[in-house]
Design a protein around this ligand. Structure first.
Ligand SMILES: N[C@@H](CCC(=O)N[C@@H](CS)C(=O)NCC(=O)O)C(=O)O
Length: 204
């Protein structure tokens, strides 16, 4: 059995869970809850960065970073499935990089308010990160990812975009929806095509 260290709100952990589901690997993975803030949680031994997701393999080796975990799962499922092998490979990886980068910028804003007392918060830093989210969403709205239908496996970029939008719904009250009708429609289609999206929705 593989062990996925994660936590329900983690958008990066959700990427790994959705990839596992669409690859038919969910029943080979146990999800073990992780508290990245707890210094005694074994995640800090498993991943020196103390971040989730991390995937503990059967031989005890630990893979971390959601992109590496998804690549491993794709290979386990035969390869070329959520990470296409052909001409669209780098489009999918680029899309993943963009969505992951937006998630990083969103998380840094959340951490700024979670870890710093109000009088120590850096408004310009928050705005700097918020701008990355704004520009990233604008570029996705202008050039929407391909529509995901039930008859094809979503690629890792599309999975990452859905998880990123879900995280903005969770932590930023879905404010992104007002100015991005194309992405709203795209996410609706993704949700209908990929049941694992609903199954991994974090509790509010
Ligand atoms: N690039 C990493 C990012 C992972 C990440 O930032 N995870 C967050 C939770 S969503 C985390 O573990 N944060 C705790 C910390 O930064 O110490 C990935 O793709 O897995």
């Amino acid at each position: 059995m593989l062990i996925l260290r994660s936590s329900p709100p983690s958008p990066f952990g959700r990427k790994a869970k959705i990839a596992a589901a669409v690859l038919g690997l969910s029943d080979r993975i146990t999800v073990e809850l992780t508290d990245t803030k707890d210094p005694h949680d074994s995640i800090r031994k498993q991943n020196p960065l103390g971040k989730i997701p991390a995937l503990v393999l059967e031989d005890g080796k630990v893979l971390f970073d959601s992109s590496v975990i998804v690549d491993y799962l794709d290979h386990l499922a035969g390869g070329g499935k959520v990470i296409p092998a052909g001409a669209t490979r780098h489009d999918a990886l680029r899309l993943q990089a963009l969505a992951d980068g937006i998630m990083d910028a969103a998380l840094l804003q959340v951490y700024e308010t979670r870890f710093r007392p109000e009088d120590k918060r850096h408004t310009e830093w928050l705005a700097y990160q918020a701008d990355k989210v704004t520009r990233g969403l604008a570029s996705l709205e202008a050039d929407l990812p391909d529509t995901v239908s039930p008859d094809r496996t979503p690629n890792v970029g599309e999975i990452a975009v859905a998880c990123m939008l879900g995280y903005l719904d969770l932590r930023f009250a879905g404010d992104w929806r007002a100015g991005h009708p194309g992405l709203v429609g795209w996410l609706k289609t993704f949700e209908a095509a990929v049941p694992a999206y609903e199954a991994t929705r974090p509790p509010v």
